[in-house]
Write a new protein. Structure first.
Lengths: 103, 284
């Protein structure tokens, strides 16, 4: 089961990509209420949106982004039916990606 | 959608909440109340919000937060919980029976609750009925504010979408009317260190800001439960929200599914008669 849901729509030559990434996005500042120990930082550091073999959007994130982040980005030059790939990597070495056809 | 401006004249003319507070609850009937409340809110928002739109709470009356809400609804955060609830509904209890045996009409049950149980002389709510089903079949009851009960309610809510709120206070039943009035009194009574009543925020100040939030109108408050609140990062039930609202005016909260909150739910849901259920929903 992917951690992501992706939608991509093309209108007037501009593709809008919407992605929901399921991720705890822990800042590292919170403490476990029961043990009092800090919850380790665990957040997405980089998100890349690729299309046609090129990187269209690259985002560098920090713990300042909320849990289960929602990303909306636009780029020029995609056509219906072509594939868009969204991938992320986090500070604990985790990663995931998902591909979706532009509609 | 244009920003809805609440004119001073409208507010002055329809200062219903203080007027209600001066009357005893028993001076107006549930039918009279229903008409008064719905007219109040329709007028307060300049007749620009159709009755059924109040099911979307603050997003029916505030343009900016509506945009954010529509963005979140692209990937509704409550969806995974509907699936969890469906699994719960379809999984038999240890004794082999299931929710279907208690509720043969289910899972589209939302529209039946809350109702006045004349035999037991109490308001029956959906979460209470679900737990009574569990206990009757040897299962442990679920906690009422969050967790599995909310997922089960999300599935039931989703299947019930479109059902119309229709809470009745049976004619001639003094106990039912007393429960309704208890709920109404609760709603308009001041409480807590901050000394606010529910009506202070959700009637008089609805559509206005409290710090950075816009206050939702009371009309339509009961249709979208359970709610995925971004603040909670998960689903919560109506009684969870009652609890939070009481705490935030620094009043002691009452037990979830206790008599006070069930009577409150009875009164509050009645106010939304005619509005479609649209649970589960997302809020900030």
């Amino acid at each position: 089961m992917s951690s992501m849901k992706v939608k991509a729509k093309e209108k007037d030559g501009i593709v809008e990509v919407k992605a929901l990434i399921k991720h705890p996005m822990e800042t590292g500042q919170r403490k476990d209420k029961k043990t009092g120990k800090p919850i380790p930082a665990h957040f997405v550091q980089q998100v890349i949106v690729e299309h046609g073999g090129k990187t269209r959007v690259s985002a560098d994130w920090s713990g300042g982004v909320s849990k289960n982040p929602l990303l909306f980005v636009k780029f020029k030059g995609g056509a219906k039916g072509e594939m868009v790939k969204v991938s992320w990597t986090d500070n604990q070495g985790g990663s995931d990606s998902a591909e979706e056809a532009i509609s | 959608m244009n920003k809805l401006i609440i004119t001073v004249a409208t507010v002055a003319a329809i200062s219903l909440a203080p007027a209600m507070a001066n009357k005893k609850a028993t001076e107006t009937t549930p039918d009279e109340d229903l008409k008064a409340y719905q007219d109040y809110f329709l007028k307060r928002f300049n007749n620009e919000v159709p009755l059924n739109d109040f099911q979307n709470g603050v997003y029916a009356v505030d343009k900016v937060s509506r945009e954010n809400w529509e963005a979140i609804e692209e990937f509704p955060p409550y969806e995974p919980f509907i699936d969890e609830g469906e699994e719960m509904w379809n999984t038999p209890f240890a004794n082999g029976k299931s929710y279907k045996d208690c509720f043969p009409d289910g899972p589209a049950l939302r529209g039946k609750y809350p109702y006045w149980d004349a035999d037991r002389k109490m308001v029956m709510t959906l979460p209470l009925a679900l737990n009574e089903c569990r206990e009757a079949n040897g299962e442990k009851p679920l906690k009422y504010k969050k967790g599995p009960i909310a997922s089960l309610l999300a599935y039931i809510g989703y299947e019930s979408r479109g059902q119309v709120t229709n809470v009745t206070v049976p004619e001639g039943d003094a106990d039912a009317l007393a429960a309704y009035d208890a709920g109404k009194n609760f709603y308009f009574a001041r409480r807590g260190q901050l000394n606010f009543s529910c009506a202070h925020c959700h009637f008089e100040s609805s559509g206005m800001n409290v710090r950075s939030d816009v206050l939702s109108p009371a009309l339509g408050h009961t249709t979208g439960w359970p709610v995925y609140r971004s603040k909670w990062g998960e689903l919560g039930t109506l009684h969870r929200r009652f609890d939070g609202c009481n705490r935030q005016v620094r009043a002691k909260a009452f037990p979830a599914q206790g008599e006070e909150y069930r009577n409150l739910e009875y009164f509050l849901t009645h106010m939304s008669n005619g509005i479609e259920y649209n649970g589960p929903s997302a809020r900030k």
